[in-house]
Ligand binder design. Structure first.
Ligand code: ADP
Ligand code: MN
Ligand code: MN
Ligand code: MN
Length: 340
């Protein structure tokens, strides 16, 4: 028998953006536990805006578990929050995602690294003396500073060791801004891994005295600096294998029809970011276009060249969006479109 450190992770009830919470339970197992070996647990929902003080127990149901390479015999366990009767808690956005092993999502998570209220690399109390332009995919101290890359690399290594399906990382357009991409097969997989990767990134940053700023326009809407998105690339089995121009046009009509429902779950303050500038479409318009980074949905060249088959990129979700809510809404809209 060995003692295992199980870090149960969940989303709290804060609005409009839930916070990650976690706590450790020590359990003995004769061999490395798998998801089905992990017991339900609970927490005090009155401390997380998920219950009243008088009846405050909420349940934690393990739904995905990953080895934690930073802790001996450690596991990171993503959980759904349930009510005492076992039904999904109203804040449980994961439970609203249609189950479909053949839906694939790829999220591109952008974020800023912040210290003392400013992006890493900004001079104290001021702004860089040159505009953004050379930072994107940049190299050298002037472009990325001294510790950002160390953080980004450490984060990447931990995630890869966990088995999180990162597809890449890059320095972004604004100073102190970075991105990682995660791809997953199955309607909940990439979203689980985005939340876990966010958790690991925030934890890595603790010892550097650095915070992760997920707000979509942290430098304000009035400055000529990029905001942060979380582009959502998606495909269903039908889109990949049958597709076709007619279906594509019906799908885009549905995305247009439900554009407000999409924006409602694509992250707060998105009107600061979706302005029509900085490679965005404005928030009140829906558009799509081939290779168009100013459209709501970008249609990759490969999609058109392949008889309208493949994946599409919804560019509207922002960096603070809940990938569970985003995946859920995208699938709901897709479901309204008949495939015959
Ligand atoms: P860009 O920055 O040009 O938009 P990225 O390479 O950052 O491109 O992101 C592309 C994303 O598309 C990746 O997250 C990738 O996993 C995802 N993707 C690729 N193929 C598919 C597919 N068939 N279904 C869903 N997502 C996909
Ligand atoms: Mn990208
Ligand atoms: Mn990007
Ligand atoms: Mn993109």
């Amino acid at each position: 028998m060995a003692k295992y450190k199980l870090e149960y992770i969940w989303l709290d009830g804060y609005e409009p953006v839930p916070n990650l919470r976690s706590k450790t339970t020590i359990k003995e197992f004769s061999k490395a536990p798998t998801l089905k070996d992990l017991p339900m647990w609970g927490f005090d929902g009155s401390s997380t805006r998920q219950a009243e003080g008088r009846s405050s127990d909420c349940l934690l149901k393990p739904v995905a578990s990953y080895v934690d390479p930073t802790r001996e015999n450690g596991y990171l366990v993503m959980c759904e929050v349930l009510l005492p009767d076992g039904k999904p808690h109203p804040t449980n956005s994961r439970a609203t995602i249609l189950d479909d092993p053949d839906t694939w999502f790829g999220f591109e998570q952008e974020y800023f690294l912040y210290r003392d209220g400013q992006p890493l690399g900004f001079p104290k109390g001021g702004w860089p003396n040159e505009p953004q332009g050379k930072f994107y995919c940049g190299v050298g101290y002037a472009a990325v500073g001294d510790i950002a890359r160390e953080i980004v690399e450490e984060h990447l290594d931990i995630c890869l060791e966990m088995g999180i399906n990162h597809e890449g990382i890059n320095a972004e357009v604004a100073k102190g801004q970075w991105e990682f991409q995660i791809f997953g097969k199955g309607s909940k997989k990439a979203a689980d891994e985005i939340w876990l990767a966010r958790y690991v990134l925030m934890r890595v940053c603790e010892k550097y005295g650095v915070d992760v700023e997920f707000h979509c326009k942290p430098l304000g809407k009035d400055f000529d600096w990029n905001g942060s998105g979380m582009h959502c690339n998606f495909s269903t089995k039908f889109m990949r294998e049958k597709g076709g121009k007619k279906y594509f046009e019906k799908l885009m009509a549905a995305f247009d029809k439900y554009k407000d429902e999409h924006i409602a779950v694509y992250g707060p303050d998105n009107h600061f970011r979706l302005t029509g500038l900085h490679e965005t479409q404005s928030i009140d318009k829906f558009s799509y276009g081939v290779a168009d980074r100013g459209a709501s949905i970008r249609v990759p060249h490969s999609f058109v060249n392949n008889e309208y088959k493949g994946y599409l990129e919804d560019r509207r979700p922002n960096s603070q969006g809940d990938p569970y809510k985003i995946a859920s809404r995208v699938l709901q809209t897709i479901k309204t479109v008949p495939t015959k």
